[in-house]
Ligand binder design. Sequence first.
Ligand code: BG6
Length: 289
Amino acid sequence: MSILPSSVTEIAHELPAVGVSNRHARATIFLHGAHVASWRPVGEAEVLWTSVRSWFAAGKPIRGGVPICFPWFGAHPTDAAQPAHGIARLRPWTLGEAEDLADGRTRVVFRLASDPQTEAVWPHAFELKYTVVVGAELELTLEVKNSGQEAFTFEEALHTYFDVADVRRAKLTGLEGARYLDKVDGGAERTQAGPLLFTAETDRVFAGAEGPCTIEDPVLGRKIVVAKAGSKTTVVWNPWVAKAARMPDYGDEEWPGMVCVEAANAGTERVTLGAGQARELRQVIGVRR
Ligand code: BG6
């Protein structure tokens, strides 16, 4: 544990976490998965959503906030026994540097490196560095470094769950005209016509979608702007009624209150890194009234 500035405190919980509180915002980040679970800009309601039924346990993913998916996205490509969305969200990360920035924001760094347990599942040497900047915007930067001798290929996502008053009345803009795989329809290829409206289970993997999206929430009277860099894939997900009922760590009635808008590199947009190479994936979240 590093020396923490006054804006950062350790929180007693079933899982270790840090709380960040500064003049711009408050946030809670679990070391388990380096999982940002809460971000509340001053004067604003909670922006991230977490299920009341979430596990908070070693070896299980947290349902909500910002799970980090790495080194694969969704089901493992060949081994159904492996956990969905990879291993990074299931592992304890270490807390690295934390500092107050001159403008009042707080920067906290988390790290995860390959070890014999990760190599048993994914036989590559890697170093992950996750930088969270808590301010009036939330900046999340995942750096993946290949610390081995040979190239590797991976998928990744910042799988952010956003809080909305009622997803049926929300709309998502920024993906108009983009091509997507519709996972609700066996991976059918489609084109997004107009803003994305939520009228049924939604699970879309947009390719070549590098721009920002905006979640318009007319009930809360706010817009959540989700910008990103180093990401070619955007994933949009809401489980709706039946899938919500099938998930043990998700309340049956909770689905209207959230939507995932994920900054990813997945499928045909997976990434190859040569020995010693590193790259960054970033998501920057802001709220407009
Ligand atoms: C989304 C996927 O990113 O994550 C969905 O596109 C999946 O198919 C969802 O259901 C949640 O995944 P998990 O493993 O956290 O239940």
